[in-house]
Design a protein around this ligand. Structure first.
Ligand code: ZN
Length: 1007
């Protein structure tokens, strides 16, 4: 350990003498020389005199050094002494005239630091300019990087130019701009490792990604890895403070070994609180591991290198770098190898760091600087034999709440997370019975990339400081284009799929249709049959002529809405539609629940024999929510907020948010205690009961100001009568013209948010939720410094105490705060008393106001929640039930009309095409293999966090070989099937398996 020594005895003329042995060794013809910073202060009487320094050690020779003339005040001198071979105690004596001072200094041989500097350009899709301009900048960087690699090829290895493409989007855009032949030149550099391709598609908000979407974030890099034979085993996530545990398995199974999180701590106090070592092996519950590095600079993250003079000059680096390394030594950093990134947002490549590194290494022996790449750094660290500790847990990120700025598009994105795999799976299931050539992978690849580009951290494409309104408009059009293009392309695929399924049948009676199920279990659900006569009455029968629904009237669009039952897992069931007058039956077996509405002067009560809610007629709030069969009141809300109440909250921060400025309270997470804002008194509430077109009763509550409706709430029960359904429509026009948001008393102008409250009378409940690729318990095994303010909820959240559990299914909402609204609270601990979830809706001060007028936000925001209670005997299996219902609610059955003019291969009736048995197992997607589209890929997830065994078979197909693959589809091991293509599969908790069926025993792929 090095010691700096300070001495300030009384009546001395030499004051504040300080020596700092630096981790800096100069090259010298006499041998390496260690650098010490000597500082002292002198009284004015000594000014102009000569100072002499004597240094003697136990083993080393004695030195006397003539120092520069003393000046009044502080004197700083760089001292160079021969580098030691072993630790020793030295005596240092400073003599000025008759004054002298001496002291002892323990000196160790210098720590031999080796810095790996990774140059890249941080990629924001938006933020600094329109996305198309950003793509051009990154393409220019790639060209320049190659030219510089050629120019510096004869330089010493450490200073040869190296460059990293932070995300695979950069390479995709490069090839689109330069033409596919541009890869020939690039390949050489990517293969040699001079240039590195990092593996993620874009800088994702990882915890917001859909299950299959998260997997697809690594598909493009894996394709380049396979086709170009380049090494890709490192992923970078820059700017985003945190990532979620589910991604660890996905990355590891995509052949990724290394992960860099350059955590921008702006509004995210990760570093202030974390105790994670650097790097650490992040281990998931599935047993997968990935070596993870995070940047420890409090506010420069990936810009870090700039702060150490690397982009300026050797003398600038001499001043800053050794102090930074001393800091690392003091902080207990364990390795001699250190990774430093140098990047800026969509910036143009800089060559200067290469010059500085070359000159530095000529002058200084230690520390060594090297232009590197993340992969090169991790490989060097591993071969140094460094011990890397292992940690398990979640690193829930802090920035996902940016999605609240575009709530309509967030609900579209959430819908796509489950809809894309549904369409993809059904397209694959019905492919073998069609002759249609398949560009399916290309189409779905494009859809996923658009979705991933939207779920990236820069948001809607807007420019931080747009000077030109036309530029801003272009940026927003390109940014919003991602999500709307993904949606439109999927609509096209769905339409094609319906036609394809319709042509798959041999013979069928007139007016037959098929209902297809992409889930792993038999299920029922509502479907819409198109092209019938509005107002006409119909009867639905199954293939055997049994009536399924009698007397259903086609709506004004000509749709028959019908609840199909018992549709086989991963298969189909066919039905026929008859005019009611011809059907020959006179009843409908459809389940009707016993609903009733009771009105009094003060309230309206809705009951179905299982659940009962009572709504106050003047406030519009739910006053009671009761589970009748158990005689238990889920809540009477006497001591908490009413269930489903819309609330307005404002944070009270010490400093207002200023983009790009270092504000200490933000980096340190100084909380702003949020306060609830009162609704203006002019707000009217109108409560009524109604019956919908299917005969379901409901309660409607309309909120208005001076005749302008800004919110409609609908309360009803689901078709099975088990769940309370809460629908919200925030009327864009009403919010705008009523001036509601302006009328709120926004006192401090700090971040504000509209919330929906879901409190329950539970006793310190545990909070589990579905996250990306797995489910998690909030607050349990969360890394210190990760986010406790809010969580990104996928299909379900479950609050559970000893006697009761309540599930919430948020169809189109993403972000929920447990316990209480935690807007900028920067909670360092999980709240103890979690009996409520508060879902974030959108900011209440301006609804992403720069997008007004773009047309994107001139639509209503519709949110949909379902609530289900569990008590008594249901408790034991409630998580299984919630997981299943969550999947069913997020995944529609697909109905299409059978085309009787074509002849396919399937028979009418019902049939299961793929069979998967095993508790808690779900198929994520079924698709043609990327490399050979005649191979079939089946991806399976374990969802309950348990070891389990599954059995997969394909009764309707004819494949000879079965292989287990990397998540990116490369064959890893051939499996012996039991018989008839049946395979037994063992699953770890939350494990994802990718199985490949083929008629060719292909070579194992590289990962
Ligand atoms: Zn960024």
């Amino acid at each position: 350990m090095n010691h700096s020594v300070k001495q300030t005895p009384a009546h001395q003329l030499i004051l504040n003498l300080q020596v700092v042995p630096l981790p800096l060794v100069a090259r010298h013809e006499e041998g390496p020389k260690r650098v010490f910073d000597l500082n002292y202060e002198v009284d004015a009487t000594l000014s102009g005199m000569h100072a002499i320094l004597f240094v003697s050690g136990e083993s080393s020779e004695k030195f006397s050094l003539q120092l520069p003339q003393v000046k009044s005040g502080i004197n700083s001198v760089e001292i160079k002494l021969p580098e030691l071979e072993s630790s020793e105690t030295q005596v240092w004596q400073l003599k000025i005239g008759n004054n002298s001072k001496d002291f002892k200094l323990d000196v160790d041989p210098v720590r031999q630091w080796h810095l790996h500097i990774s140059l890249h350009s941080h990629t924001d899709l938006g933020f600094t300019g329109p996305i198309s301009e950003i793509a051009a900048i990154h393409a220019d960087n790639t060209d320049q990087a190659m030219a510089l690699m050629e120019d510096t090829a004869h330089w010493p290895s450490e200073s040869q130019f190296r460059w990293t493409m932070e995300i695979s989007w950069q390479l995709e855009q490069y090839l689109a701009l330069r033409g596919p032949e541009a890869i020939d030149k690039l390949k050489k550099f990517l293969r040699s490792g001079q240039m590195e391709l990092a593996a993620m598609y874009a800088g994702e908000h990882v915890d917001a990604l859909g299950h299959e979407e998260a997997v697809r974030a690594f598909y493009l890099a894996a394709k380049y890895r396979r086709e170009l034979k380049i090494p890709v085993d490192t992923a970078m996530l820059c700017d985003v403070p945190g990532s979620t545990e589910g991604l660890v398995q996905i990355m590891a199974k995509a052949g990724i070994k290394n992960f860099i999180i350059a955590d921008n701590n702006f509004c995210a106090p990760v570093l202030k609180r974390t105790d994670l070592p650097r790097p650490f092996n992040w281990k998931s519950q599935s047993g997968d591991e990935i070596t993870t590095w995070y940047t420890d600079h409090p506010f420069f993250a990936y810009i870090e290198g700039r702060n150490y003079g690397i982009s300026e000059s050797v003398s600038a680096a001499r001043k800053k770098l050794p102090l930074r390394l001393l800091e690392q030594e003091k902080a207990g950093y364990a390795h001699n190898l250190l990774h430093v990134q140098y990047a800026f947002d969509n910036f143009r490549l800089e060559f200067r760091p290469a010059l500085v590194v070359r000159e530095w290494n000529e002058k200084w022996e230690w520390p060594k600087l090297e232009l590197s790449t993340p992969r090169r750094f991790f490989n060097a660290l591993r071969s140094s034999g460094a011990h890397i500790p292992t940690r398990s847990g979640d690193f829930n990120e802090w920035w996902t709440s940016t999605f609240n700025n575009y709530p309509v598009e967030t609900s579209i994105s959430k819908d796509l997370h489950d809809r894309i795999p549904t369409i993809e799976t059904l397209s694959s299931l019905f492919t073998p019975w069609n002759q249609s050539a398949d560009s399916q992978n290309e189409a779905f690849g494009k859809i996923y990339h658009n979705l991933l580009a939207w779920d990236e951290h820069s948001g809607n494409g807007q420019i931080w400081e747009a000077e030109d309104p036309e530029k801003e408009k272009q940026a927003l059009a390109e940014g919003y284009g991602f999500i709307y293009d993904a949606q439109a392309e999927l609509d096209i695929q769905e339409k094609r799929l319906k036609e394809k399924i319709g042509r798959s049948f041999q013979t069928a009676p007139e007016n037959s249709f098929v209902v297809a199920n992409s889930l792993t279990w038999e299920r029922g659900g509502e479907v819409a049959l198109e092209d019938w006569k509005p107002g006409e009455s119909y009867c639905i029968q199954d293939h055997s002529g049994e009536s399924q629904a009698h007397g259903i009237v086609a709506n004004t669009h000509g749709d028959i809405i019908f609840r199909a039952s018992s549709v086989p897992a991963l298969g189909y069931r066919t039905f026929t539609v008859q005019h009611q007058k011809d059907c020959g039956c006179n009843h409908s077996p459809e389940l009707k629940t016993l609903q009733s509405v009771v009105k009094t002067e003060d309230s309206i009560t809705l009951t179905n024999g299982v659940l009962e809610i009572e709504v106050n007629s003047s406030t519009g709030e739910i006053e009671r929510f009761e589970h009748l069969s158990d005689g238990k009141i889920l809540d009477n809300f006497t001591h908490s907020d009413p269930l489903g109440q819309v609330q307005f909250w404002e944070s009270q921060l010490a400093d207002s948010v200023q983009m790009g400025r270092y504000i200490r309270s933000y980096y340190e997470g100084v909380p702003g205690q949020p306060v609830q804002l009162k609704l203006p008194e002019v707000c009217d509430v109108n409560v009524r009961s109604y019956t919908d077109s299917r005969g379901m009763e409901g309660i409607e509550i309309i909120y208005s100001i001076e005749g302008q409706n800004w919110l409609t709430r609908n309360l009803s029960f689901d078709a099975r009568g088990k769940r309370l359904v809460l629908s919200y429509t925030f009327h864009h026009e009403g919010l705008f013209s009523s001036g509601l948001l302006d009328r709120l008393d926004h006192s401090s102008g700090t971040p504000s948010m509209i919330y929906i409250a879901f409190p329950f009378s539970l006793d310190s409940a545990r909070f589990n939720y579905e996250s990306t690729g797995m489910s998690l318990e909030a607050g349990k095994n969360q890394f210190k410094g990760s986010n406790h303010d809010f969580y990104a909820i996928h299909r379900w959240a479950l609050l559970r105490d000893r006697d009761t559990a309540v599930a919430i299914y948020p169809a189109s909402s993403l972000i929920a705060d447990p316990g209480e609204p935690a807007l900028m609270r920067f909670r360092s601990e999980y709240p103890k008393d979690t009996n409520a979830l508060y879902f974030r809706v959108m900011p209440s001060a301006g609804w992403s106001n720069r997008s007004w007028g773009m047309g994107y936000l001139e639509q209503n925001l519709k949110l949909h929640f379902e609530i289900e209670g569990f008590m008594g005997s249901e408790l034991a299996s409630c998580t299984e039930q919630v997981q299943r219902y969550g999947a069913e609610r997020a995944t529609d059955l697909l109905a299409s009309k059978i085309d009787t003019s074509t002849i396919g291969k399937l028979d009418c009736g019902d049939r299961q095409l793929v069979e998967l048995l095993g508790e808690g197992l779900e198929i994520s997607t079924i698709k043609p293999a990327e490399s050979h589209s005649d191979d079939l890929i089946i991806r399976i997830r374990e969802t309950m966090g348990r070891d389990t065994q599954g059995r997969l078979s394909l009764p309707g197909y004819d494949y000879q070989y079965i292989a287990e693959c990397a998540i990116t589809e490369e064959i890893q091991v051939w499996i012996i099937s039991e018989s008839d293509q049946k395979v037994k599969l063992d699953f770890q908790p939350f494990e994802i398996k990718t199985i490949r069926y083929s008629n060719h025993q292909r070579e194992a792929g590289n990962t």
